[in-house]
Design a protein. Structure first.
Length: 481
């Protein structure tokens, strides 16, 4: 069904308008050129006909032809039926004419250009008479002392040729318009059918059918659009899978500690826990609560970052000291897994210009990942080194490593590799938060990993000079001589 506001009708109208304008310009130029060519040809032909007619009239007087013989000779010389030859006397009277019973009427002798030919003896070639749509007139003196003084040729040949040309041109125009409309209708119909399929596919994708795929051939702009829709469907399908996996993981991560906390609390209420062990159970409840707090904080941070509601407040601070405190705070986590940790790099403290709380969040996530994916008894290393105007910070573990296929995907929200999903808990948001925070600092994170040997995450921050305290000023002041 054709929609009157659809692309098919618009293309037809646009093409029809372009075609009409093109034909109008072409017609105007063609008509001018054809008319000029016909006028030139007709003038030359009429001049030759005048000479032939005048010679025949002179021959008729010299050889004593009768009027019928002269009329026949002039009729043969006049050619097509669209011409009439008149032989006029000195006063402009008609001595004879060709053209049978229906000759082309002769205009009054008093009117130009016939008056100049009859009265002044001038030669006139293919001049238009005054009446609109009238034939052209050519006239010339016969010459000699004869009764016949002027030969006049009236012709509609030029007009007939022009009408023939305009008729052919009109037929070509109509044929071209019809053919063009059919071609545009077929092409636009095929184009709109592809667009309709894309619309249907987009509606299915909007309803959650991410398995929809469109044909991308032919490889034109619509094919590129179809390819983009296919890519969008594939990406949305991947995000939907990660969303479902995330909901499953978060549900599990929330249900497990809640179940544990509920069990511990009920046991304590029922008196099943001796008083000397209640402290241990309270510690377990605290750990499970902290675990849920980290999960909820990650979710809130990710949502705020994606909404652009998180701002950083860079300030100069002692990065080395913050890392020491962070490692000390994570010491219980390291002890649980019998892991060793080291802070290596420059022996002097390094100050950087960054948001200390957000960078602390980055390092916490990287260290917690290292703890989760490191086998018991292994080592986690934090390396800080000054390199020019920047500080290089890296976190290296001796864990399971990351496959090459997963290296580019670990920054996606909710993504967790198969090995991580099967053996470790977590929301899959930590590395995504790391990337967002470092992007806000204008830094990028690099990862190097080999399966079975571990991973190294590295990033850079701009160096800041430590503040000068009053004591350091006093130490730097040279003694008085």
């Amino acid at each position: 069904m054709i929609r009157w506001n659809g692309i098919t009708v618009k293309l037809l109208l646009a093409f029809f308008a372009v075609l009409l304008i093109s034909f109008a310009v072409t017609s105007a130029v063609s008509i001018w050129l054809v008319r000029s060519a016909l006028d030139t040809r007709n003038s030359r032909f009429e001049g030759e006909q005048l000479n032939v007619a005048a010679a025949l009239v002179r021959s008729s007087y010299r050889e004593l032809w009768d009027e019928k013989m002269l009329a026949s000779a002039l009729q043969i010389a006049s050619g097509p039926m669209s011409r009439t030859i008149y032989v006029l006397g000195a006063d402009g009277s008609i001595l004879m004419h060709t053209g049978g019973p229906n000759p082309i009427p002769l205009p009054p002798v008093e009117e130009e250009p016939l008056s100049s030919a009859v009265k002044a003896g001038k030669t006139v070639v293919a001049e238009a008479v005054s009446e609109s749509g009238s034939p052209t007139l050519s006239a010339a003196p016969v010459g000699g002392d004869l009764q016949a003084k002027t030969v006049v040729i009236l012709s509609r040949e030029n007009r007939r040729d022009f009408i023939l040309f305009t008729g052919i041109f009109r037929n070509i125009l109509i044929s071209t318009l019809v053919t063009a409309c059919i071609i545009v209708f077929l092409v636009s119909g095929r184009m709109t059918s592809r667009l309709r399929r894309m619309k249907d596919a987009a509606q299915l994708i909007a309803k959650g059918r991410f398995d929809v795929r469109l044909s991308v051939r032919p490889k034109d702009e619509i094919g590129e659009l179809a390819e983009s829709l296919n890519l969008m469907s594939e990406e949305l399908g991947g995000l939907d899978r990660m969303r479902r996996e995330f909901l499953a993981n978060v549900s599990h991560d929330l249900r497990s500690p809640l179940t544990s906390i509920g069990g511990y609390v009920e046991a304590m209420i029922d008196g099943a826990v001796p008083e000397d062990k209640q402290g241990k159970y309270l510690q377990l409840i605290r750990e499970q609560t902290q675990r849920m707090n980290r999960l909820v904080s990650d979710l809130l941070d990710m949502a705020r970052m994606e909404a652009g509601q998180v701002a950083i407040s860079p300030a100069p601070y002692n990065l080395t000291e913050w890392v020491r405190r962070l490692l000390a705070g994570l010491d219980p986590e390291f002890r649980k897994r019998s892991l060793r940790f080291e802070l290596t790099g420059d022996p002097d403290d390094i100050w950087v210009m960054a948001d200390p709380h957000r960078i602390d969040q980055v390092l916490s996530n990287l260290l917690l990942n290292a703890i989760q994916f490191s086998p018991n008894g292994k080592k986690v290393e934090v390396f800080i080194e000054r390199q020019g105007n920047h500080a290089l910070i890296s976190v290296r573990d001796e864990g399971v490593g990351i496959s090459k296929d997963n290296l580019e995907r670990i920054w996606q929200r909710f993504y967790k590799s198969d090995k991580a999903r099967s053996a470790h808990a977590g929301s899959g948001l930590g590395l995504s938060i790391v990337k967002h925070v470092l992007d806000m600092h204008g830094s990028s994170v690099q990862v190097e990993s080999r399966q079975g040997e571990g991973s190294r995450f590295s990033f850079e921050l701009p160096i800041a000079e430590p503040p000068v305290t009053g004591r350091s000023k006093l130490l730097k002041t040279p003694p008085s001589p």
